[in-house]
Design a binder for this molecule. Structure first.
Ligand SMILES: Cc1ncc(COP(=O)(O)O)c(C=O)c1O
Length: 457
């Protein structure tokens, strides 16, 4: 029988995270405070615990993973690497397609890799409660799961459109003890302000972040901190266990080289987790196409300028150097809720600026078609976010067929879509549309950026 799964044992789990900041051609540009100067750790202390601030600013190439985190990771890690032989056959491609299955975690996606780490470091620092935002609900579920294992309280502001589309995600959070409310909510000043201006808003990650940060920094007990599921350097760092495992597994599969590494990109974390260890190889001369995939309705990397911008709508975060569509941009209500974010991780954005990656934007319908093809060949039902990576992989595999090349393609199967079947139903009934973002809209939503400093690399 041909081998389909490449599995590592728990003792082969990587013991360190990889920090791309150590290897980029230019050191990462610092976040800026309200005075236009780089923020210092002191300014971040009301928001994050000191140990995570240290990781956020670290230039160390390797950071040890604490034993307690490894023990929790061992509930589902190392995650299996699959060879998608049935998809290859259906496409008639000479390409060999591999996918890293991050859907095997308890919450169903890659998100627990950082949720567990963040809950652990907050607990170590004496924090009792975390606040956060969630788009599709994957991150809120992951943090609720992590908090339940580490004994912390968890409060989740869930983007309203997803709260309505995905009631079972809310119930998952509740099962793990998380408290989830739709955002914008009446619980925070930023939520109330937005509801007064736009009572029918579908919400956005940017709005939910404002609410979660506000609730953390206004807790007078000092025992609440905020936790972000993507974008920040320490989140990218925690996810790099994915790419490190994948490298070992490709070796097990007998592959000497990979030609394309693909992941969907919302805030950038699953993509970074898979690709950063391969970018290190690329910086050292390997020829690899590294492809972050985003929706045409929220084309941050493909159409947004590289600029300093807030990470949230209300401007509570420092200014981050990133590709952005402007912090007030509210993306159309596509089903890939986790990809509806106006910005992109500074480390991913900078790697794009350095020419280390080639971003791609795809329409929602192509992604659903691809996810259905994947389900009907490989069996697994993809999260709508993940369907973007599936669609880009199918494009690459068909290109290899046209060129008659035996390429090796690796993608991150970032999560399952078993809680996202409503989107599939609407797709089957023909009710879904593409929402490519018109250039005039981008010009409007990015107009605010002219007031901010320009990042110089
Ligand atoms: C399954 C899945 N994939 C991808 C993403 C996008 O986030 P990121 O770009 O941080 O990986 C999300 C976010 O919610 C998600 O749930």
């Amino acid at each position: 029988m041909e081998q389909t799964k490449f599995v590592l044992s728990e003792k082969d789990m990587p013991r360190q995270w990889y920090n791309l900041a150590a290897d980029l051609p230019h050191p990462p540009l610092p976040p800026l405070g309200p005075d236009g100067n780089p923020v210092n750790p002191e300014q971040l202390r009301p928001v994050f615990p000191d140990n995570l601030i240290e990781q956020e600013m670290s230039a160390e190439r390797w950071i040890d993973i604490p034993e307690e985190i490894l023990e929790i990771y061992s509930l589902w890690r190392p995650s299996p690497l699959y060879r998608a032989r049935r998809l290859e056959k259906a496409l008639g491609t000479p390409a060999r397609i591999y996918f890293k299955n991050e859907g095997v975690s308890p919450a169903g996606s890659h998100k627990p890799n950082t949720a567990v780490a963040q809950a652990y470091y907050n607990k170590e620092f004496g924090i009792k409660r975390l606040t956060t935002e969630t788009g599709a609900g994957q991150w809120g579920s992951a943090l609720s799961f992590a908090c339940s294992l580490l004994g912390l309280e968890c409060k989740v502001f869930m983007v309203r459109i997803s709260f309505e589309q995905k009631p079972f995600r809310r119930l998952m959070m509740q099962t793990w003890g998380g408290n989830c409310v739709p955002s914008p909510s009446n619980e925070t000043q930023s939520g109330r302000d937005i509801l007064a201006k736009m009572p029918d808003t579908p919400g956005s990650l940017g709005i939910a972040i404002s609410e979660a940060v506000e609730q953390a920094v206004t807790d007078k007990s000092g025992q609440t901190r905020y936790s972000l599921g993507s974008v920040l350097n320490h989140v990218m760092l925690h996810q790099t266990i994915i790419g490190q495992e994948a490298k070992k597994q490709l070796e097990l599969a007998g592959e000497k080289k990979v030609d394309a590494v693909i992941g969907c990109a919302g805030g950038g974390s699953n993509f970074a987790g898979l690709s950063f260890p391969f970018i290190a190889d690329k910086i050292n001369g390997a020829e690899i196409d590294i492809i972050p995939v985003e929706p045409t309705s929220c084309p941050t990397l493909t159409k947004g300028p590289y600029a300093y911008d807030f990470g949230d709508v209300a401007g509570m975060t420092p200014l981050l150097a990133m590709h952005t569509l402007g912090h007030e941009f509210v993306p159309p209500p596509i089903h890939a809720g986790g990809l509806r974010y106006h910005g992109m991780a500074p480390l991913v954005s900078q790697a794009v600026k350095h020419g280390l990656m080639t971003p791609l934007a795809l329409d929602q319908l192509e992604c659903y078609e691809s996810a259905v093809k994947f389900a009907r060949t490989e069996g697994f039902i993809s999260a709508p976010e993940t369907s973007h990576a599936v669609a880009a992989t199918i494009r690459e595999a068909l290109k290899a067929k046209e060129e008659g090349k035996e390429k090796v393609i690796l993608f991150n199967w970032s999560g399952h879509g078993l809680m996202d079947l409503k989107g599939y139903e609407l797709f089957f009934e023909g009710h879904l549309d593409n929402y490519p973002l018109p250039d005039e809209e981008i010009a409007k939503s990015t107009a605010c950026l002219k007031d901010f400093p320009t990042p110089e690399l």
